[in-house]
Design a protein around this ligand. Structure first.
Ligand SMILES: Cc1ncc(COP(=O)(O)O)c(C=O)c1O
Length: 433
């Protein structure tokens, strides 16, 4: 049977039927496949190098153990929950109970899906800050929730000057106006949750900003999902919203990721931390979604946490990422292109408003119909050989204009790759006006 006929006979569920070609498809598959030179991929935030050897060794040893190759308890291996309690209790300024306050999940992603499945009913509203990590949206919609957006506004001088990420601004009145009796959760990554380490901006909310967000949540009984996956890569002091007050703690679920912490995004080990009345229902959803998460890599992550301080890994990892950031940003300084210096994480946002690709460039329809940054992204892949992420993917149509001059580059790559990308980006000189 022809595949088009077969496709006509099956009806997909609404929650997946209308998925468009997203940014990952455009940058990773389609464009890269048709390019003559191998593209240097600074788009996706996967690491271009291996986890540290003490963690890799732990993973190899775990594979030799019978118990590590079988189902883990649904809430996660006790050794990892204990290691997480040991590592995070000092930050939370109370002892986290490994049995009731920590849930190990299949990456941060599945943890967040479990939180939505655990608390969002059909028609409930979830507030998300723009720019958002795109996975949030489908996670909320899968649970039947309605996404309500609040934009973070870019710095006024973003097109002409290098600006710290902290200058991206949340208008609290705008946020307050979006709260309704249906608001169930707020996504913080800054995010309003989403706060703290923001992908893609790298903005860290100040204590005052978080207190203001927390106040709105307490007044309205809104659960806060605080995405803190980049919590070991911060370049400024950072406040965890869950620690601000007992009232805020009662409403906050904090999300973490061993993938981000240990350069192992493919391991799919993450966790949720929160008070028992929150973790219990996330755990109930997690059990139904995937039962439990990958066993040997949970064991390796546990050993990673047990040993990281001893070997100075966290400090080294932060310094190394800042060094990479500085190394890569040399190209923008050389070209006179402004960029946003992140407070955390490993993404740089460059403002390419001065770069002009040819107006008659033959973009395919699914690119020409998108904002300028999608076209810039396509052109960079085809003509310069560097893939980056167009940030309007993380905005709604109404507000995407604010971001269409920017392009997001991930610097968690080998130095040789960053140097090669810089060499290619030098070509932009001819297109700057
Ligand atoms: C802000 C943010 N949250 C969550 C995730 C997902 O983390 P994980 O790979 O552990 O599912 C990512 C991955 O890119 C991210 O950037």
């Amino acid at each position: 049977m022809a595949s088009s006929t077969a496709a006509a006979l099956v009806r997909p569920a609404q929650r997946v039927a209308n998925l468009s070609k997203d940014v990952w498809y455009v940058t990773v598959n389609e464009a890269a496949a048709s390019c003559s030179t191998p593209v240097i991929n600074l788009g996706q935030g996967f690491f271009g190098y291996n986890p540290p050897s003490f963690v890799i060794q732990a993973a190899k040893e775990a594979l030799d153990r019978v118990d590590c190759n079988q189902y883990s308890p649904t809430q996660g291996r006790l050794r990892l929950r204990k290691a997480l309690s040991g590592a995070y209790s000092p930050y939370f300024k109370r002892i986290l109970n490994p049995d009731t306050e920590i849930l190990v999940t299949t990456g941060a992603n599945e943890g967040m899906l479990s939180a939505f499945m655990g608390f969002v009913e059909a028609g409930d509203e979830v507030i998300v800050m723009e720019p958002f990590f795109d996975q949030y949206i489908s996670n909320i919609q899968m649970a039947g929730g309605k996404v309500v957006y609040v934009p973070l506004h870019p710095p006024e001088k973003g097109a002409s000057e290098v600006c710290p990420a902290s200058e991206w601004r949340l208008d609290l009145e705008e946020l307050r106006a979006k709260v309704s009796e249906k608001t169930r959760m707020i996504w913080a990554n800054v995010e309003i949750p989403c706060w703290n380490r923001h992908n893609p901006i790298g903005k860290i909310f100040t204590r005052e900003e978080l207190e203001a967000i927390g106040k709105i949540c307490v007044e309205n009984n809104i659960i806060i999902l605080s995405d803190e996956v980049y919590d070991r890569l911060y370049y400024k002091p950072f406040t965890r919203i869950a620690t601000l007050s007992p009232e805020i703690s009662r409403l906050t679920i904090t999300v973490g990721s061993a993938g981000k912490n240990f350069y192992a995004t493919g391991w799919r080990v993450g966790w949720l931390i929160g008070e028992p009345h929150l973790i219990k229902y996330c755990g109930a959803a997690h059990t139904r979604i995937c039962y439990s998460s990958v066993s040997p890599l949970q064991e390796a992550a546990a050993i990673g946490f047990e040993q990281a301080d001893q070997v100075g890994f966290w400090e080294e990892s932060k310094k190394d990422m800042q060094r990479k950031m500085a190394l890569f940003n040399e190209i923008w300084d050389e070209l006179g292109i402004p960029y946003t210096e992140p407070d955390g994480g490993y993404f740089v946002l460059a403002n390419l408003s001065k770069v002009h690709f040819p107006e008659d460039y033959p973009f395919p329809d699914h690119v020409s119909s998108r904002a300028r940054d999608f076209q810039m992204c396509w052109w960079l892949i085809k003509e310069v050989g560097v893939a980056a992420i167009p940030p309007t993917e993380f905005y709604t149509k109404e507000t995407e204009k604010e971001a269409e001059d920017y392009m997001r580059f991930a610097v968690c790559k080998e130095d040789t790759v960053l140097e090669a990308a810089k060499e290619r980006l030098r070509k932009l000189k001819d297109f700057i006006r």
